[in-house]
Structure formats: structure tokens, C-alpha cells
Design a protein around this ligand. Sequence first.
Ligand code: AMP
Ligand code: TRP
Length: 332
Amino acid sequence: MTTRVFTGLKPTGQLQVGNYLGAIRPLLDLAADPDNDVLVCVADLHALTVEHNPSQLRELTLEMAATLVACELNPRATLFIQSSVAAEHTELSYLLESTATYGEMSRMVQFKEKAKAQGAGSTRLSLLTYPALMAADILAHQTEVVPVGDDQRQHLELTTTLARRFNTRYGHVFTVPQGVTPAETARIKDLREPTTKMGKTGSDGAGVIFLRDNPDDIAAKVRRAVTDSDTSLHYDPSSRPGVSNLATLLGALTGMTPEQALVGLTGSGQLKQAVTVALVDTLGPIQKRYQDLRADPGHLRDLLIAGRDFASASAATTVAAAREAIGLLDLA
Ligand code: AMP
Ligand code: TRP
């Protein structure tokens, strides 16, 4: 028996190396395990919960899908676009909204924080209800395991609460999923502001290595990374954030701890050289496959259609059972 694993990735920004190391690579590892049956969705509907630009959303959605393929996501995994199965997922989302309460939805920390920052007049209603859609994504596929980062843990707890409540009230329909936190992944910091997470909006991109950056841009950005005047190399994030961040990045790229990554290197110039080589070696082959994929849109489209067809059939079975259980009339 294989384990059903589900996750979603929101296409909200240009992918950077922190996303690759913190989210994409752990997912590739799960998908490589033959004991897992993995579904991955590009959560474009979730990207509508905050201000967005339509043509940019379409591009970021394609970019995310093509990147996962270019990173050699196991071809056995099902890759699909959330909106391509909107009929099933949003129908189930509504049934789950009718299982959840306003109180529990409005207590979600992410909602409270973003709504506070935006003000009630600019906060989209979908931002309040989107955890129900995320629960629907997960529950539609009888998911057993969901890899989640810290920011999604509360939404996953809500998902298990709603699954149990629905099953208790109306009869067993949903598998109750479990969250797994991928093995402690390195938090990569901005190269120019090594106390801030890489990728945070607000930075001008000078300290962010994007997956699409060419070797010259990578070399230039790494060369300008902030270090310090101490000529020795030690891993100590609190007193030497710049050097430690480069060590973390080098270690994560080469499968070593930050301390191991520094062995044999003297001076920040050598460290930067090693980081540049590791980045180019890791990203180069991904970029080549990415360009080939984008040059042949028909191939990517076929993959996403196959993903959609699999996901919609898988979801339809669960949605039919949930409709029946909750008391909707079946005219078929
Ligand atoms: P975001 O688009 O910032 O919400 O990031 C999506 C996911 O990518 C997060 O849940 C993290 O797992 C991962 N991620 C983003 N930035 C970094 C980073 N600088 N270091 C490590 N992981 C990151
Ligand atoms: N809501 C998640 C995010 O903002 C993305 C997501 C959508 C997801 N559906 C999911 C994550 C299902 C895990 C499982 O990052």
C-alpha cells in the first residue's frame, strides 16, 4: 500500500533559491519515494486571496508548474493546476464551509495578520474562507500525509478538525490527514541583508538568487553578498550572519552542514567562489530543462491535462460521497 501525499504551492512570486531548498527539494524527495503516491497542485485559486495581476498570475502558475517538472519531480507524481479542478475542489470547499464556523475561520492567524495589515475594506472574502478550500484540496483526495511549513500548520489542524466533524456528523467520508514537517530545512537569508529571510517582499532583489538568474548574475550577486572584516571563516549566525548564511547555502546545495561546508576554505572570497559554483551547478541543469519545457508548451500542457484528469476523477468520488452524506439530492 502506498501513502497518499498531497501538497499545494502558491504561485505568488518569482521562485528563488530559498523556495527551492525549503519547499521544492523536500517535495522532490517525498515524490522520489516509491512508497508515496504524491499529488501536487499549483494553488492559483489561493493566489486570488490577495491583490494580484491576472497576466502575471498566469505566468507564475506556468512558471511554478514548469519549474517542478524541470526539477525532475518524479513523473509518477500527479501535477495539476488547482483551478483546473475548481468544479470539484470549490464544491467540496462549500460543503466544508458549511461544516466550519465563522469563529474558527476568523481565528486563523494568517487571516488576522493579513486582514489587519490590509484593513477590512481591502481584505478579500476569499482570504477568510481559503482554509476551507485548502481543506477541500487535501480531503478531496483521501490524503494521508501533508508536508507543511510552519505558516500552514494551523490550516492543516483546521482541516483535520473539519474532516473529523464531518465524519462524525454525517458518516465516514474523509481520511483524516496528518501533517509532516519536512526534515529541518535551512532558512536561507537575503545575501544583502543576512538577518532577513531571502524572498521577503520589500527587498530590491539584489540579495535574492532567483531560479532563473544566469551564471553572471549569480556570480555578481554572490560577490556583493554582505560578509564582515574578519578574515577567518566560522559558522556563527548571531555574530557573523553574512558568512554563516553563505555557509548554510553552500551546505544545503552540496548536502553538508554549514560547518562542513566551510572546511578547506579560507577567506570570504573563496567561500563566495564555492557558493557561486554550487549555485550554477545546481541551477544550470534545471534552467536548461526549464527552457526546453517552455519552448514546447504543448508538452507541458499535456502533462497538466493528464494531471487535471487524474485529480478530477479522484476528487469526484469523494465529492459524490460528501454530497450524499450531507443530504443533497442526487437526481442521476
Ligand atoms: P513563500 O512563497 O515565501 O510563502 O514560500 C513558500 C515556501 O518556500 C515556504 O513555506 C518555505 O518552505 C520555502 N521558503 C521560502 N523562502 C525560503 C527561505 N529563504 N529559506 C528556506 N525556505 C524558504
Ligand atoms: N495554502 C498553501 C499556501 O498558501 C498552499 C496550498 C493550497 C496547500 N492547497 C494546499 C498546502 C494543500 C498544503 C495542502 O502556501
